[in-house]
Design a protein around this ligand. Sequence first.
Ligand code: SAH
Length: 231
Amino acid sequence: MGAASGGVDETARERLAVYRDALLEWNERFNLTAVKDPDGVDRRLIGDALRLLPAIDGFGAARLVDVGTGAGLPGLVLKIARPDLDVTLIEATGKKVAFLRHAIAMLGLEGVEALHGRAEELGRDPRYRGRYDLATARAVAALPVLVELCLPFLRVGGRALFPKGPELGTEFAEGERAAALVGGRIESAEVLPIGAGEPVTRLVIAAKIRETPYRFPRRSGVPAKEPLGRV
Ligand code: SAH
C-alpha cells in the first residue's frame, strides 16, 4: 500500500487489505462507494483516512465517533490503524451498516460499534451526547452542517476533524458562525502534507469550548436544509 499506510503496523496492514477486498466485493452488489478499483480504495479512501493519524495521535483520544461513515471512512480505517481507540460509527443507510457489521465481525475487532441512525437523533441520546474526545466526518456535508451534527457528541475540550478540499470559499465563514452557535470554535484549517497521487486536503479542526445548547442538533434534515451561519 506504499506511503499511504505509513504509521501502521503489520497487523493493521493485513487487516486493511482484508477490509479493502471486502469493500470491493460488497460494492459489486450494493453501491457502497463510488471508488471501484483496488488502487483507488488504497489511495483515495484508506490513504485519505490514514492521513488523519498524526492529528489523532497528537490528541491522545480514547473515544472517537465518525458521523456519516458510509463504508467506514475514515472511522473504521482509524480503528484498524489504532485498535486502542474506542470507535462509534454512525450511518443512516442500512446496507452500509450491514457492511460495517460484517467487516467488524470478519476482522474480529473489539471496541467498535456501528449504529444505524441519524446524527441528529443519536446526538440527542444521552448515551452518545457529550461522550467523545474526537469526531470525524468526511464527504458528508458543508462545514456549518458538520459542526451542528458533530459537536453535540463531543465533551468540552474535544475536537472535530473534517477533511475538506483545498477551497473552502464561503463555507469557512459560515462554519465559524455555526460553530459559535453550537459551542465550538474553528481552530485551524491547514493543508495536510501531500504524498504522490494524494488529493490536496485541508484539515479543518473545530474545538468544543462549551456545552452545546439543548436545541442543537435540530431535527433530522433541518441542519442540511437550513444550515446555521448564513447571513
Ligand atoms: N464518510 C464516507 C461516506 C460519505 S457519503 C466516505 O468518506 O466515503 C455520506 C454518508 O453520510 C452517506 O452514507 C449518508 O448515508 C451518511 N449521512 C448523511 N447525513 C447523515 C446523518 N445526518 N446521519 C447519519 N448519516 C448521515
